[in-house]
Write a protein that binds this ligand. Sequence first.
Ligand SMILES: [Zn+2]
Length: 339
Amino acid sequence: MALHAELHRHLGGSVVPRILWRYLEQNSSELISRFTEYSTFEEYYTGKRNTLDEYLELHTLVESVQIVETLPYFIYRLIRGAYIFENLAYLELRYTPYLRTPDTFNQSQRIEKMAEIVDIVGKASQISEYPVITSQILCMHSRLPYEVNKAIIDLAAQNKHYVCAVDIAGGDIYYRERLEEWISLYDYALSLGLNTTGHLYETSNGCYPELLPYLRRIGHGIQIPLLYPELLPDLAKHQQCLEVCPTTYIKTGTLQDISKLKTVFDLCFANGVDIAICTDNAGLHNMRLPFEYENLLTHNIINFQQLQACQDAAFRHAFAWPHSQGPASLLNGLLNPKL
Ligand SMILES: [Zn+2]
């Protein structure tokens, strides 16, 4: 059995459609009143969008039901599925804690409530019958004000037992007008000893070389090899890993065809830039990590050796993997003690 590491998965997008449907049904939610049956809901929920903005809209649907009272319900099912169907040994789960707080609160009340959310997510992720090592990445959000984003960084720094890094999300086109602010926030995060990643170079609207020096890993980053391959040697030098999420680019309309990813992988391998293959929003995509791997092989985008290099890279670049080796050597010791 191969055990995998998932470095880029959103809490909101990780609810598989069937689980969400059952939850909404059991709670007689108005959110599904316009769907006559499950199949039309699934079609709507997992369908292709025209832009990244439209795609991100869907997150608000899930965010509205993932609140203090329901987070344990969704997280339990998420970890169970990750263990049983995906063979995950390691999972970094990301979200914006502010968006899980009640919108009836004012800003300072919502900021205060965020600590409870981190605690709930942390506790709910530890399930002894599904032993997956988990950690949280807290996402700053491009549409939230400076004070909230700074509070998210402070919260991450105060909860290193649960949180391994900070990220920026919410649509990469919106960073431009507040670029200096993002730089100072990342600078602040690094000064507190936090790890960093960021949704960057996902679309051609999200290319900000000014932010690259602040990132340990790059969320997506596919436009670097596609549009700015001259940046790759620098990424290799600083050992910055790309978190590539193949299905996302088709769902958001960023790439028309998955074969475009061959250039991404080829150029990264040629320049010594590591890639971790991830799912991003496994639930929204109706996708699981092992199928992402298989898909890339089937489409001849990578070969088997390259796949294994990406799988190893995921453990190497994991912010909170507690072992010095990958799971294969650990399992050898456990299952074949004579070896
Ligand atoms: Zn993402």
